[in-house]
Design a protein around this ligand. Sequence first.
Ligand SMILES: Cc1cc2nc3c(=O)[nH]c(=O)nc-3n(C[C@H](O)[C@H](O)[C@H](O)COP(=O)(O)O)c2cc1C
Length: 346
Amino acid sequence: MTATGRMFELLRRQKRAVFSKASHLAQARLGAGLYFLLTGAFGDEKTAVMQGNHLHFSGERLGNHRMFLRRSVHRIEKGLISRPMRKSFAADYIEGTLETYVNLRNAETEDKGELQWARDVLARYFESTLQSTDDRIIRARKRWHGTDHAPSIVSDDLSPFPYHAISSEKAFDEVSRVAMNRRSVRWFKPDVVPREVVERAVQVGLTAPSACNRQSYRLELIGQGDLLDEVASIPMGTAGFAQQIPLLGVLIGQHRGYEHHRDRHAIYVDGGLFSTGFILALESQGVSSCCINWPEIPSLNKRMSAALGLQRDERVVMLIAIGYGIDGQEVPRSHKRNIGTVLSWR
Ligand SMILES: Cc1cc2nc3c(=O)[nH]c(=O)nc-3n(C[C@H](O)[C@H](O)[C@H](O)COP(=O)(O)O)c2cc1C
């Protein structure tokens, strides 16, 4: 090792020793607060969460917030399926929900199905609450009947429906075969993955559960050029294989769907669930992938925001390298934990 190398190694050890000592502060609540205050950790996250809360409240006030509509419609659906169904429910947000639906129903949008879902659920809500004497519900119903509604475009009805469980050995075998075959693949052929293949996988990802059905994330896919080189080189975890990733997904969470900072983890949970379906659906079509960690480092946040033009409530959840893997390449065994070590029955 050279003298400079030795010096860096010494500095690295010193730094670890300082962090190790500082971590003792965590044993006292105040100590942990002080530690994070001094290091400035969570700064970007706090800003994004607050910006999200702000966008939520201002959108709700203006009556044009899609996430508010999604959440409200979801809550109404839960009211409709509750047993027994109450005579009055959703009274405190029905007028705001209707206002938002009315404002958005003619808006240019790529998702007309979302508006049909809102319309069909609201239609059922107003039929189901006829017995209610709550002024807010009565007022909203009157407005509902005075509003013109677009025709159905997705299917006849997008309100609650009868569910039937699938029970089939074949389905289990297929799901587990795809899941067991999946591995993080880092070495790819240069072949282009057709858009339809990726879009089919996104469709599966979108079936994932999400907090109040907000689905507050989006996926940027970068397939070529300088932008691919730039973005692939930003996270630290791509070192050594960044240059040959043919398609890179950046999964971006949006805090704008949330009014409370207590929900600040929802974008990561929803994004993680989306990704699971997405990468399994890629795998089932012969397309490999590797999730890439997004480290919480302000300078990297800045670079990624500049490269992709992220909005202030948007946070990178993770990146996903996508492509046709070189056949027969070795992959880490990444032996999985025994179920006994993660599962306990009580
Ligand atoms: C959130 C997350 C972040 C990851 N980050 C990286 C990364 O930065 N670089 C990398 O090479 N692999 C990364 N991986 C892949 C893991 O190393 C891999 O999933 C793990 O070792 C299990 O192996 P398997 O995916 O082949 O089952 C990441 C995986 C996840 C889920």
